[in-house]
Unconditional design. Structure first.
Length: 114
């Protein structure tokens, strides 16, 4: 059974930083790509960043100069470092592992507000 558990969300002021974690279990983590997505209130879920098994990364234009995705294979964990946060970054953040079947975590809330 594949499980993904996100953590690290919370309330932060504009310009602040957060680091999200996505812990993966029950999967061949080392060979799968893992991505982060978010869903803002009233909007569709959108792609943010992906990291492949080889460490190749790709980002959505909206976050590419502010967010950094990384992975720790020893801990089966993928991180999303978020800097210079803006109110429009508010939403529920999800991680996904891609394989024969895609699996999603339950999400973690990020609120950027003064």
């Amino acid at each position: 059974q594949v499980q993904l558990v996100e953590s690290g969300g919370g309330l932060v002021q504009p310009g602040g930083s957060l680091r999200l974690s996505c812990a993966v279990s029950g999967s061949r983590f080392s060979i799968n790509a893992v991505s982060w997505h978010r869903q803002a209130p009233g909007k569709q879920r959108e792609f943010l960043a992906v990291i492949t098994s080889r460490g190749t990364t790709n980002y959505a234009d909206a976050v590419k100069d502010r967010f950094t995705i990384s992975r720790d294979s020893a801990k089966n964990t993928v991180y999303l470092q978020m800097n210079s946060l803006k109110p429009e970054d508010t939403g529920v953040y999800y991680c996904k592992i891609t394989g024969a079947v895609d699996y999603w975590g339950q999400g973690t809330q990020v609120t950027v507000s003064s």
